[in-house]
Ligand binder design. Structure first.
Ligand SMILES: N[C@@H](CCC(=O)N[C@@H](CS)C(=O)NCC(=O)O)C(=O)O
Length: 261
């Protein structure tokens, strides 16, 4: 499946494609798609597996002869090559604050949502388990277990996976509160117009709020009305055709694991 955002685009973004009620299943790919739009650069989204990337993760992009992996380095590439500043208008102190928020969202908050997606059995079955729908039946369960084992290692490495579920909720809720207070009644995190940090904050918050998965952190996120409105605002602005939270969408079976192998 290929989604062509603009026929004129020369930048190809490699990502997961729509999934889980979201326009793009990976929050880091979503970040890149939003930042490309912020920069006014057309793109084309193609499906890829993390193994296809030089860094073993999505997103990565191809821009003419350059392949750039990792959303933050992709942003750096965009800003340098196309002479855009996604944080234009921000003071050095505001840029520093935005970076700190981004690190919290990427390196802590996102992992708390990931725990409930992979280690809540019902959520796993509705979501990531479908990545193996096209695998040979004889090895399907083994592959799911391998995935869970790898995610568990990652979650332990970042610390989140060492805690009880209720403690993970408290950690995640604290960061949701932090985002909610930072946003306040502004339209975007750093003020009246979107800047780079909005791309990842939106992407990760949408992962919490998608109706496909049910978990205590989704309900905590739903309690922050300004965050709910913020995600709707960003979704309308950057993915106007996406039917956001209109109904419980069917999970998107993702065949790329075996079709691309
Ligand atoms: N620091 C990376 C993180 C990217 C990332 O975690 N991507 C996930 C998908 S959301 C991935 O490819 N995971 C596969 C893996 O880590 O093996 C970035 O900003 O691009």
């Amino acid at each position: 499946m290929t989604q062509v955002h603009s026929k004129a685009g020369k930048i190809t973004v490699f990502g997961a494609g729509p999934a889980f009620g979201l326009p793009e299943g990976s929050p880091f790919v979503t970040k890149t798609l939003v930042q490309l739009q912020m920069a006014g650069l057309p793109y084309r989204l193609d499906l890829a597996r993390p193994d296809d990337s030089p860094k073993g993760q999505i997103p990565f992009i191809q821009d003419a002869e350059d392949i750039v992996a990792d959303s933050t380095f992709i942003r750096g590439h965009i800003e340098a090559r196309y002479e855009v500043d996604l944080d234009a208008g921000l003071s050095p102190a505001e840029r520093a604050q935005a970076w700190a928020i981004e690190r919290m969202v990427e390196n802590q908050l996102g992992w708390t949502a990931a725990w409930f997606r992979f280690f809540d059995e019902a959520n796993f079955q509705k979501g990531p388990a479908h990545w193996f729908d096209h695998a040979p039946e004889a090895i399907r369960e083994q592959l799911k277990q391998q995935l869970l084992d790898q995610v568990a290692i990652n979650l332990r490495a970042v610390g989140v996976g060492r805690h009880a579920p209720e403690e993970i909720v408290e950690l995640g809720a604290r960061s949701l509160w932090s985002l909610s207070v930072t946003l306040g009644d502004k339209p975007f995190l750093m003020g009246d117009r979107p800047t780079s940090v909005d791309a990842i904050a939106f992407a990760v918050l949408a992962q919490f709020l998608t109706p496909v998965f049910d978990h205590p952190l989704r309900r905590r996120a739903e309690g922050f009305c300004n965050l709910v409105a913020y995600v709707e605002r960003m979704m309308t602005r950057y993915f106007p055709d996406h039917p956001w939270r209109v109904a419980e969408p069917a999970p998107t079976p993702d065949a790329r694991v075996f079709e691309a192998a």
